[in-house]
Design a binder for this molecule. Structure first.
Ligand SMILES: N[C@@H](CCC[C@H](N)C(=O)O)C(=O)O
Length: 264
């Protein structure tokens, strides 16, 4: 079987996007997913996004990390899949998407896409993880720990990110780890170690939402707040009816086909 895909990125967070309306994607074939998402020997991406039919929204989004594990939400992924579903003619500019975290709303605004995430939960401030600084935590669809640092560019994200990602404080599922700083102009610089990628990515939408909401809660920034991501793109975080909105670019990179069952 041939699997057609579009490679897209949202603020530098890159994805393989597949129209899986026929429910044929081999979701339980972890070795195949790992091979397809591998950076040097496969297509390479920070996650696989499937468009599937839904009974409760315009369509259902499935998100699979490069390690093959499915998680509930991906903010930048949701923005990319919204644009793809719109371009496929499956939805209008304003759409609803069923996700593991709940139903979310998205809006295609030309080449920008805005997503309104599910209500944030499990806010914890000042967690003592035995590290240099206390951590904050917020679930914005997936789990995010935040370490507020003096200079994100000085942080060894691979080493400290992995430590936080696997810290027993966050249970067996672990967490994503964010290193953030509020700038003098009220914007935020962010670097994220992503669970399931097990490395730093160039952007993380739910991570940007977590740092934006926590910084606003602490009175450090006013919303909307621009978040400067590691790849040089910005995401804008705001609040709408107690939910974070996330706005930024969602771009096509290339399209292709992988053969399933034979070679990737
Ligand atoms: N990059 C994403 C988050 C994807 C999920 C993450 N890898 C996890 O396992 O929680 C985003 O833009 O939100």
């Amino acid at each position: 079987m041939n699997i057609s895909f579009h490679k897209m990125h949202g603020a530098g967070n890159d994805f393989i996007v597949i129209d899986d309306s026929g429910l044929r994607f081999p979701l339980d074939d972890t070795p195949f997913i790992q091979k397809m998402t591998a950076r040097r020997t496969g297509v390479g991406c920070d996650g696989v996004l499937l468009i599937q039919p839904s009974e409760t929204a315009d369509f259902r989004m499935r998100f699979i990390n490069p390690d093959g594990g499915e998680v509930d939400m991906c903010g930048n992924g949701a923005r990319c899949i919204a644009r793809r579903a719109f371009d496929l003619g499956l939805v209008t500019e304003d759409m609803t998407i069923e996700t593991g975290a709940g139903r979310v709303e998205a809006q295609v605004l030309g080449r920008q896409v805005r997503i309104c995430l599910t209500e944030p939960k499990d806010l914890k401030l000042g967690l003592d993880a035995g590290l240099e600084r206390p951590l904050d935590f917020l679930n914005t669809g997936v789990e995010h720990a935040v370490d507020w640092v003096d200079d994100p560019s000085e942080i060894d994200v691979q080493v400290l990110g992995k430590k936080i990602r696997e810290h027993p404080l966050f249970g067996s599922g672990g967490t994503n780890a964010n290193f953030a700083k509020v700038e003098a102009d009220g914007s935020i610089i962010l670097r994220t170690y992503e669970r399931g990628v097990e490395a730093e990515t160039l952007a993380c939408g739910t991570g940007a939402a977590a740092v934006g909401l926590i910084a606003a809660e602490k009175g450090w920034v006013s919303l909307p707040v621009p978040v400067h991501c590691a790849g040089g793109y910005d995401l804008v975080i705001d609040l709408f009816r107690n939910k974070a909105t996330l706005t930024g670019g969602a771009e096509y990179v290339f399209e292709g086909t992988v053969e399933y069952g034979d070679r990737v």
